[in-house]
Design a protein around this ligand. Sequence first.
Ligand SMILES: NC(=O)c1ccc[n+]([C@@H]2O[C@H](COP(=O)([O-])OP(=O)(O)OC[C@H]3O[C@@H](n4cnc5c(N)ncnc54)[C@H](O)[C@@H]3O)[C@@H](O)[C@H]2O)c1
Length: 247
Amino acid sequence: MRFQNKVAIVTGGAGGIGETTARLFAEEGASVVIADLSGKGQDVSDALNERGLETCYMRTDVTKEEEVIRMVKQTVQRYGRVDSLFAGAGIASDGPADQVDLDVWERTIEVNLTGVFLCNKHAIKQMLMQGYGGTIVNCGSVHSHVGKARVAAYAASKGGVEMLTKSTAVAYASKGIRVNAVCPGYIHTNLISGLDERIVNVLIGQHPIGRLGTTEEVAKAVLFLASDDASFITGTSLLVDGGYTAV
Ligand SMILES: NC(=O)c1ccc[n+]([C@@H]2O[C@H](COP(=O)([O-])OP(=O)(O)OC[C@H]3O[C@@H](n4cnc5c(N)ncnc54)[C@H](O)[C@@H]3O)[C@@H](O)[C@H]2O)c1
């Protein structure tokens, strides 16, 4: 129960890694705001609340600053504070640079990088006002660290998350706000379930552990970084990748 009496915001909490992270935060005692564009966040919240956990859904588009401001404000109105943010909302995008349309490039950067920036910005403003620190975990990727021919826009957005994380960690370390990134390899979520089996097998072969990851394996790393167990860790990037980047 590392998050008893704590309040966590999880963006992208309606599905995949974010959904599992929201569940684990709630199971460890946090009141959890599930912030997502998708109304499925309400079902996720209802299911957790039926188990006696404390969560709520807030429809939020992380690319819109006024919606992010509202998300933080309503979190404080409802639960009184913000202790942790997991900036998990993200989208996949495909294609080498010469084949990426400008609108795909812009949308990828908007959701995966600008959205993370806006959530960091307004969570930090709230944490500074509270005066007792807080923790932020941003969702990067193995492609924050290594390139791949077909993911130009995605890798650029996730590389940006890495440097945003480090710069933000340095800026607020003295205020007790720790900022880290979790960088998953390929994980079984909706992003993967649409791929054909041959491609999934190629991806599996790129992970020395010999399989793709689970959302639990990523969410546990998020909770570690967000908890006091990681009290001397800030500005780091925790690869949860089955050895993908070790090759
Ligand atoms: N699945 C993987 O293999 C993998 C690997 C590395 C990193 N990641 C990252 O993990 C994070 C979660 O991805 P996932 O695999 O769980 O995917 P997912 O599609 O299951 O979940 C992403 C969630 O983000 C939400 N979202 C998208 N745009 C949004 C917006 N503008 N505002 C608010 N919410 C929005 C979606 O509605 C969805 O619920 C993403 O940042 C992704 O880039 C995933």
